[in-house]
Design a protein around this ligand. Structure first.
Ligand code: NAD
Ligand code: TYD
Length: 377
């Protein structure tokens, strides 16, 4: 770690974690309570379609955790929490996060991701700067590599100085929120950090995103929709590795700096889907209960999951390639991912196999409703 990094230590004691019942947020809560048991953690989550109280079942008896159902747009609620709980650190995950939904209905993205982030910033400024100066404070904003736009095959990976060029309403709303966070530092002196991360995968990911959708659809014998030619490239990072990066940035990151977090792990979509097919084909061969548990899976009739691959109409404005240059967080804060894609994807598959009730409740309920409403499927 460099001297500069050491000199910007922040000691989180009481955290407000927004969006802590979503995919990455709930994994963060698990990670944090295990890693820093002497701190207190308040989750604020509106429990939208993507938020799930069950994501926190494992830690619900933990005395360090308080769950509050509420909206980041509710400034009175947020200010009350910041004061009553003596919050010194906000970790801001709450967002509308699915690109396809942002194409069909951008308004919610602008409302939550831009206005919602601004509401939080206003509340933080009032409590930490206007009421009574609280030097030990930090607003950490969780953002995405999608703000940088798309890369050509041989372009260098995104660095923190790559100009913003968001292409989807989701990415544009996240880019706007990144700028607001920066502005609250430059204008008012709020202590802020931002991390821009690549595609995450792991437990508790809502099965509308590529990896969990493919797992669930294979097990139910449903088509695996591949947008366009399937050659779009993403950098994939195991969710705990993202959260370890956020932890480092919160505690050691320099004020008003942004840090890219990535896995150095670029994959074309079609190759990821084929890999999951192969791993599940093997699972059916080696575990005899698989055929009983998942009678509609293609493997039960001697086929491969690959037979379910179906090329469909491309996503509008589909970014071709994302790649992250994570040398800043590595050099300054000593970050490196712990999980290889090989180990991470196996853990993820295992989790979805062991938590069928979790994803089936979603596939049978809200997600199907959204598909019917938006795609008439
Ligand atoms: P998610 O959609 O799984 O979870 C979002 C959570 O925010 C849900 O629990 C939801 O109920 C909550 N929420 C939404 N609107 C809210 C509001 N107005 N008030 C309070 N809570 C609200 O999202 P995710 O995939 O866990 O992403 C978390 C954050 O990480 C987002 O900011 C996203 O932009 C960013 N990110 C995600 C990825 C990824 O691959 N998923 C990659 C990089 C960055
Ligand atoms: P997704 O998981 O939605 O994440 P993001 O759009 O934030 O990258 O999608 C990952 C990639 O997979 C993206 O290039 C779109 C593609 N994709 C499909 O081809 N089919 C699908 O059904 C989904 C959900 C995504």
């Amino acid at each position: 770690m460099t001297e500069t990094a050491k000199n910007s230590e922040h000691k989180p004691c009481n955290l407000l974690v927004t969006g802590g019942a979503g995919f990455i947020g709930s994994n963060f809560v698990h990670y944090w309570l295990k890693t820093w048991p002497d701190t207190r953690l308040i989750v604020l989550d509106a429990l939208t379609y993507a938020g799930n109280r069950n994501n926190l079942t494992e830690v619900e008896d933990n005395k360090s955790l308080r769950f509050v159902q509420g909206d980041i747009l509710d400034e009175t609620l947020v200010e009350g929490l910041l004061r009553d709980e003596a919050i010194d650190t906000i970790v801001h995950f709450a967002a509308e996060s699915h690109v396809d939904r942002s194409i069909h209905g951008p308004d919610a993205f602008l409302q939550t991701n831009i206005i919602g982030t601004h509401s939080l910033l206003k509340a933080a400024k009032r409590v930490w700067l206007d009421d009574q100066i609280k030097d030990n404070h930090r607003f950490h904003h969780v953002s995405t590599d999608e703000v940088y736009g798309t890369l050509k095959p041989n372009d260098p990976a995104f660095t923190e100085t790559t100009p913003y060029a968001p292409n989807s309403p989701y990415a544009a709303s996240k880019a706007s929120s990144d700028f607001l966070v920066r502005a609250y530092h430059e204008t008012y002196g709020l202590n802020v950090t931002t991390s821009n991360c690549s595609n995450n995968y792991g437990s508790y990911q809502f099965p509308e995103k590529l990896i969990p959708l493919v797992i669930a659809n294979i097990l139910d014998g449903k088509p695996l929709p591949i947008y366009g030619d399937g050659q779009q490239i993403r950098d994939w990072l195991y969710v705990d590795d993202h959260n370890r990066g956020i932890d480092l940035v919160i505690r050691h990151g320099r004020n008003n700096e942004t840090y890219n977090i990535g896995g150095n792990n670029e994959w074309a979509n079609i190759d990821i889907v084929k890999l999951i097919c192969e791993l599940l084909d093997k699972q059916f061969q080696s575990a005899s209960d698989m055929a009983i548990r998942f009678p509609n899976a293609p493997q039960v009739t001697g086929k491969s999951a690959k037979d379910l691959i179906t090329f469909v109409k491309d996503r509008a404005g589909h970014d071709r390639r994302y790649a992250i240059d994570a040398s800043k967080i590595t050099g300054e804060l000593g970050y490196s991912p712990k999980e290889s894609f090989e180990t991470g994807i196996r853990k993820t598959l295992q989790w979805y196999l062991e938590n069928e009730t979790w994803w089936r409740a979603i596939m049978d309920g809200s997600y199907q409703h959204w598909l019917k409403t938006n795609y008439n499927k």
